[in-house]
Design a protein around this ligand. Sequence first.
Ligand SMILES: *[C@@H]1O[C@H](CO)[C@@H](O)[C@H](O)[C@H]1NC(C)=O
Ligand SMILES: *[C@@H]1O[C@H](CO)[C@@H](O)[C@H](O)[C@H]1NC(C)=O
Length: 477
Amino acid sequence: MLLDYFIFGLITILMPGAQCEETEVFAEAGSQAELPCKCNPSSPFIPSIVWSKANKGTVWRKQKSGLQYWGSSWSSKGTHRVQCPHNQFERGNFNLQINNVMAEDGGIYSCMVENGGKWAVNVVILRIIEVSVSSSVSVWGNDVSISCKVTPWPYEASVHWMLNNSPFVPKTENASNNDTTKSIVREKATARLAGNWTCVVDYKGKEGRASAALTVKGIIHPSEDNTQVYAALASTVTLPCVFSPGLIPSNLVWEKLKPEFLFKPGPSRLPSSFSQSSPSSQRPFDKSATLKEVGFEDEGRYRCSGTIEGQRLTRNMQLVVAKIDILSKKTGSVTLTCQLTDTSKVTDYEWVHVIYDLNGTQSVRSIQKGNTLSISKASEENQGEWTCRFYGKEGILGNVTYHIQTMSHLSGPKSSGGSHNTAGVVGLSFLLLVLLLILAQMYKNHQRRKRIFQYPALETIVHTVSNEREERNRVKK
Ligand SMILES: *[C@@H]1O[C@H](CO)[C@@H](O)[C@H](O)[C@H]1NC(C)=O
Ligand SMILES: *[C@@H]1O[C@H](CO)[C@@H](O)[C@H](O)[C@H]1NC(C)=O
């Protein structure tokens, strides 16, 4: 390298009147590089131009006559990988374009322009940046390395990484990395690492960039372990377990983890309403499960696992169950308390009143913050649904609803209360019907007796008649 500089230095010294400039150019491997060469257009004639590469000889040159020559390694079968656009010559622009650059193209170039016996020299250092990924599609948990190679490597350059256009700071700085001509990121593949990796090289005020894409396959939803899933008591909840499209895991297992094994949880029985959705009804990579009617005791940790390419992938999640506790007071007021089996991620509670008008249009009114709410049960305007919304740092986590019906003075949680209420109404109607029948019978008897009392003699006649009839019947037998 030093020798190259020396040679170009020498050229500059030996050529009388030569002006020398040194320019850094970065180009991503595979792209087109443009090597600048500018001279003052001091003469109206097109000068002779020579582009050459250190140790490689002439790249391209043009004589005053207009004849062009290509270096043997820069053209094959009549196609030229380098060109110098003529239309720019008048402006004193003799830039060299190199198509589809590769690492080998990195190095020192010189552009010499002869104008009226004077030579102007431009020196360009072309550096090729190349980002490569150990395997562009990695299965979650496998080792992955992303390396940034610059040819020739700019010592004292600052190199940093961007992942999906935001700065990426590697967790572990690679102290054991002896190769100083590369920057390498080594990580275990996770969804966090998926995307477009860009290596940014800053050197002498110039910036070079190159990118490569990394796809990570595995369980994409939930994307992290210990994700919390919130469900209202007696509602239906989906425990998500979605693999990357195209992945079909084998040996898929769903487990509920016993809480007592805090450090190494063991499996326990799955809830009775647990069902793994039928494979035909969904995409084959979606292994989510459903709990038809969540019970308070169903809360806890669940694990979904499956095997992909010999790698066992697991995802733990936590089901948090929410319910509303009701405390009725003699005064007719009722205190509602929003209760969750785990409140570690809950930062806020909000009570909202949901009212439906005659058209069935829903309107929601926020009432207050906090996890308890006291309202009068008898008040007509408190009729309807009372929903406790709970929030985490990133927004709403879930809600749970309580239903108040002031008309019948029957109330209960909406989801489970519905069937209870109908049963009650049916029972009551039946009782009323029986009562009505009894009353009707009593009234009839009463009326009959009243008639009889009006005619006391008739009573005896009726009696004798009936007695005689009975006697006759007995005789017949
Ligand atoms: C119900 O709908 C009708 C027609 O869509 C509208 O004119 C009326 O105002 C609505 N009533 C209420 C209470 O929203
Ligand atoms: C409660 O949550 C469900 C499901 O996310 C949503 O559809 C509903 O609108 C929420 N209700 C209220 C009052 O926020």
